[in-house]
Design a protein around this ligand. Structure first.
Ligand code: CA
Length: 224
């Protein structure tokens, strides 16, 4: 099945270059030029992935990301004009899964899209429910509950928690998590990305679920 991508970008030249490249690479691409149009387009198209410019008319990429993710989980790749860490951290906190800093080549962007989609679609190997204190993780349905309440995690948050939960008690370094979960192998990402997603998971699931092992990385479960 052809994978659907929504591009939300107000600069027509960039939007056209991105759309042309992605179409040439076999994706079904729809384009919106402002924030509200992007949210509406995602509602209609139900894309597999959204490419989101940060600075948009109407409302900005952060708000589009928030609204789109609130309706249904979807992979989000953010385009930022500045390499400012604050933009990137806020974007990742709001549910973006990866980002590309302008200027970029459409070819590079398409490669990042392919990597994200591979990761997003990768089936979880274990179907058994994983229990972490009062948190339950169902790999097959990608659902998470805390107590009796269902908790909404972004695809990346879910993958990060699953990766940690696959080896309870084991400490995984930020670099290892970046390589496994983001498929970045360190290139383009920073270990701050991992920290930001861990912080988001703690806000949603409580502080007890993921332990910080100072100087080493993160773990779930008791030390083995
Ligand atoms: Ca813009």
């Amino acid at each position: 099945m052809t994978q659907r991508i929504v591009v939300v970008e107000d600069e027509p030249i960039i939007a056209a270059a991105v759309a042309d490249r992605l179409r040439a690479d076999g994706y079904d691409v729809s384009v919106a030029a402002d924030g509200p149009g992007g949210v509406e387009l995602c509602r209609q198209v139900e894309p597999d992935l959204v490419i989101l410019d940060l600075m948009l008319p109407g409302f900005d990429g952060y708000e589009v990301c928030r609204q789109v993710q609130a309706e249904r989980p979807v992979l989000v790749l953010m385009l930022t004009a500045r390499a400012e860490e604050s933009d990137i951290v806020v974007g990742l906190r709001l549910g973006a899964d990866d980002y590309v800093t302008k200027p970029f080549s459409p070819r590079e962007l398409s490669a990042r899209v392919a990597a994200l989609l591979r990761r997003g679609l990768r089936a979880s190997p274990a179907a058994a429910t994983v229990r972490l204190g009062d948190v339950e993780l169902e790999p097959a349905s990608r659902r998470v509950r805390r107590g009796n309440a269902e908790v909404h995690l972004t695809p990346t948050e879910f993958d990060l928690l699953s990766r940690l939960a696959a080896r309870p008690g084991a400490v995984l370094s930020r670099e290892q998590l970046l390589a496994d979960v983001w498929s970045w192998n360190g290139a383009g990402g920073t270990t701050r990305t991992v920290d930001t997603h861990v912080a988001a998971l703690r806000r949603k699931l409580g502080d007890a679920v993921i332990r910080t092992v100072h100087g080493v990385g993160y773990a779930v479960g008791d030390p083995s």
